[in-house]
Design a binder for this molecule. Structure first.
Ligand code: ACM
Ligand code: ZN
Length: 773
């Protein structure tokens, strides 16, 4: 540490003597994401200037060099050259070395020469990507910049990826994204040393790839009736004659362009052609593909359950799919071809004469075995073409096809099971890899699917599960983020959901596990944000967002409110009760004790300036705070909230039902009793609830409050009935029961569960908090 301080002082001295003297680098200047496997900083530096050349001996080396040449052209107007004879100095040389790991590279910068060694294009590319991150961040500028010394430190890096599948899935069906955005995303994947782009080209709400043999797939299937002004789950089923104008698709020429561009950035594009479900767009185009053969429209939004699926009995279904795949295989050189396979509701298969005959002929005992037959048949076809079928973990049900690779999304279970059976797997568990989830406190974020996957949680992801044997671990190809786009209508919103979470993911997939260090990553993320800014990426600053938590102090009936953001070390400052957030703000160092209704306003500071969103919240103190709660019916194990203090801890549940502040009951009613310690006068009890019908959360159909002095004889003081209503959005509602002021020690609250939806599914009630006044 002392030595480093001395170096900084010396470098300042040098700077003050002469402007032109180059900077002395220290470890804190090296901010590479994903973190390289080994790195040694030397003394001295390499400076790029307009005479710097790239010495290359083959096209893959030149192609990698070109990426940096293009950057210097933009920011400086230089025309840097590749050369084929070794210059004397001031060059970057590329060497092909067989003993370097696949996709790995060595980068050695020594005064006048930089050497990048690798054994394939991706290795050279990643050497260049590392150079980009060693250079001043202005290298990412989209316009010319002035007065920058393009200096990197002398450095010795040995680097290679931990996993070979480092992916991102874009759902281009729920919302269509232009080819140019896909190419931009490919560039950015390469920047993060990611190598796989999975394109979800088919889903109910849109078929996105031109298939010459079946033109209606895009004439009809690529467009839906425009209901973008309504919530995703609140869109009506369009009639067949309504004009469908919203959508788009990639022509085969577009696909060729995307695939070629991806190749130039070391990215493999994996196409996903869903089957047998998530294909309403295809059935709308060719109704004969379904069991019923009945015309349907392309849904404009949420569709559940998905029953209009491909008929597994008719031979013509397989003929169609093989013809489609023949065109897809022509366009995509990818070894892996994704066939979806998820979330098929097999109601129609059970009733369909063709499907029943198929089951009888093939000796299949369940609809799951029929799905397994379907996928196995497609797997035979795909492997006959020299490719590998990959599908969502439902393809395990009813028996996995012999050569199939599994993408585990419903947690890691599918990955464990498939790897145990000796199959390769790609891990994409919803908990850590679903980028359609929220990434910050829900009330501060744009509407998302649900869930809670902040960047720090992504950083905890590991594709290898502890319980895996070494042999199972060998089958783990890597991991991938999935960005489903129901709630992602625009490119800038897509960027918001991807960055910086993809950076965290890239480090989990690239860097050695032993080097995982969230604090260190959080510092490097600051430089990354600067780079994103120059790259014009609409990245999320949610990691800055302050959230609060509270702990009840039973002894004093006070609440200790803690404030945090995602960074382990951060400068949060706050003021209370309407004061302004200025130089009087208090540096947060320990939880804030609350004994009365209090408003806290806080911000994160960087270099003495507020950054991110201002936090402002009023904590409403009430008479039950910190009192004992006895549950007469116990909350569900999956939603325990803060256990016994949850209902009386002041902190309110948000619209994110995963926020850890809610308690929930599945089918059961809620009944609990609060003991106020002594008889006190009360006149008001309010019960906080939520409705979010998508995941089957419904308002209680009735709330009742009863009071008692002795805890035995209770008297009802009010009841509110709230019959079921259809509702497409997420709503928070307090049921407020007001009564004549009276003394009581015990407050009993009952909430009735709807129990069954009109479709027969089980229902939840979610409760927080119970406010007594
Ligand atoms: C999925 O999220 N249905 C794969
Ligand atoms: Zn059928």
């Amino acid at each position: 540490m002392k030595l480093r301080a001395l170096i900084i002082v010396l470098s300042l001295l040098i700077f003050s003597c002469s402007n032109k003297e180059a900077k002395v680098f220290t470890e804190t200047d090296i901010q590479i994401i994903p973190k390289p496997e080994r790195l040694k900083l030397g003394e001295g530096h390499f400076e790029f200037n307009k005479n710097t050349v790239f010495f290359t001996t083959d096209v893959s080396q030149s192609a990698a060099a070109q990426i940096l040449i293009d950057k210097f052209k933009t920011v400086q107007g230089w025309d840097l050259k590749t050369v084929e004879t070794l210059p004397k100095s001031n060059y970057i040389q590329f060497k092909t070395s067989e003993d370097i790991k696949k996709e790995g590279y060595k980068l050695l910068a020594e005064n006048n020469i930089i050497t990048i060694e690798a054994n394939n294009f991706n290795g050279f590319l990643y050497g260049i990507e590392t150079l980009r991150q060693l250079l001043p961040v202005e290298i990412e500028s989209q316009v010319k910049v002035e007065s920058i010394d393009w200096v990197i430190p002398n450095i010795d890096i040995v680097d290679a990826p931990r996993f070979k599948w480092r992916g991102l899935m874009l759902d281009v069906s729920r919302h269509f994204f232009q080819k140019e955005y896909i190419k931009k995303t490919i560039d950015r994947l390469a920047y993060h040393k990611m190598n796989t782009l999975h394109l979800h080209l088919v889903d109910d709400q849109g078929w996105r790839i031109e298939i010459k043999e079946y033109p209606k797939l895009t004439q009809i299937g690529a467009y839906r009736v425009d209901q973008e002004d309504k919530p995703w789950d609140g869109r009506y089923t369009p009639s067949l004659d309504e004009k469908a104008t919203y959508g788009g698709f990639y022509t085969q020429d577009d696909i060729k362009e995307i695939v070629a561009y991806a190749e130039s950035r070391g990215v493999n594009v994996v196409p996903e052609i869903e089957m047998p479900a998530h294909v309403t767009s295809a059935v709308a185009s060719y109704p004969e593909l379904s069991c019923l053969g009945k015309p349907v429209s392309v849904p404009s939004g949420g569709l559940w359950p998905i029953t209009d699926i491909y008929c597994a009995g008719k031979e013509s279904t397989f003929e169609f799919l093989e013809n489609v795949l023949n065109e897809v295989l022509e366009l995509f050189p990818s070894k892996y071809i994704h066939v979806g396979g998820d979330e098929a509701t097999k109601t129609n298969w059970k009733a369909c004469a063709h499907c029943k005959k198929r089951m009888k002929d093939e000796n299949l005992n369940s609809p799951e075995e029929l799905q397994s037959y379907f996928i196995k048949r497609m797997e035979r076809f795909i492997s006959s073409k020299g490719r590998v079928l990959i599908g969502w973990d439902e393809i395990l049900e009813g028996g996995l096809a012999p050569g199939a690779t599994v993408m585990s999304w419903r947690g890691v279970k599918g990955g464990l099971e498939a790897s145990e059976q000796g199959h390769d797997v790609v891990m994409t568990p919803g908990t850590h890899c679903y980028f359609d989830h929220y990434q910050g406190p829900m009330n501060t974020e744009p509407l998302a699917w649900g869930g809670n996957t902040p960047v720090s949680k992504v950083y905890e992801f590991d594709p290898i599960v502890d319980s895996m044997s070494d042999e199972q671990a060998q089958h783990v190809l890597g991991g991938q983020a999935n960005l489903w786009s129901e709630y992602v209508p625009t490119e800038s919103h897509s960027e918001y959901m991807i960055y910086p979470r993809i950076a965290a993911l890239s480090e989990t997939l690239w860097s050695p596990k032993k080097d995982r260090d969230w604090l260190d990553f959080s510092y490097r993320m600051e430089s990354l944000f600067k780079s994103y800014k120059y790259q014009n990426i609409n990245y999320a600053k949610s990691a800055y967002t302050i959230s609060s938590d509270a702990k009840v102090n039973d002894a004093t009936n006070t609440i200790n409110v803690s404030l945090k953001n995602e960074f382990p070390v951060s400068d949060i400052r706050y003021v209370l009760n309407g004061a302004s957030l200025d130089s009087t703000a208090i540096a947060y160092s320990k939880p804030i004790e609350i004994k009365a209704t209090t408003t806290i306003k806080a911000s994160l500071y960087k270099d003495n300036k507020p950054v991110g969103k201002v936090f402002e919240k009023t904590f409403n103190y009430h008479k039950a705070v910190g009192k004992k709660v006895v549950y007469n019916t116990k909350y569900h194990n999956s939603y325990k909230g803060k256990e016994s203090t949850n209902m009386v801890n002041i902190i309110r549940g948000t619209k994110n039902f995963h926020d850890g502040q809610w308690q929930a009951w599945l089918v059961n009613d809620m009944e609990l009793t609060i003991d106020l310690d002594e008889e006190i006068e009360i006149q008001d009890v309010s019960v906080g609830t939520m409705e979010h019908q998508g995941p089957s959360i419904y308002f209680p159909t009735q709330i009742e409050v009863l009071l008692s002095k002795d805890g035995k004889a209770f008297k009802s003081v009010g009841k509110i009935d709230r019959p079921y209503k259809n509702n497409a959005s997420i709503i928070l509602k307090d049921f407020n029961i007001h009564f004549d002021p009276q003394k009581a020690r015990f407050v009993k609250v009952k909430a009735k569960n709807l129990k069954k939806t009109d479709k027969g599914g089980d229902t939840w009630i979610f409760i927080d908090e119970i406010v007594v006044r």
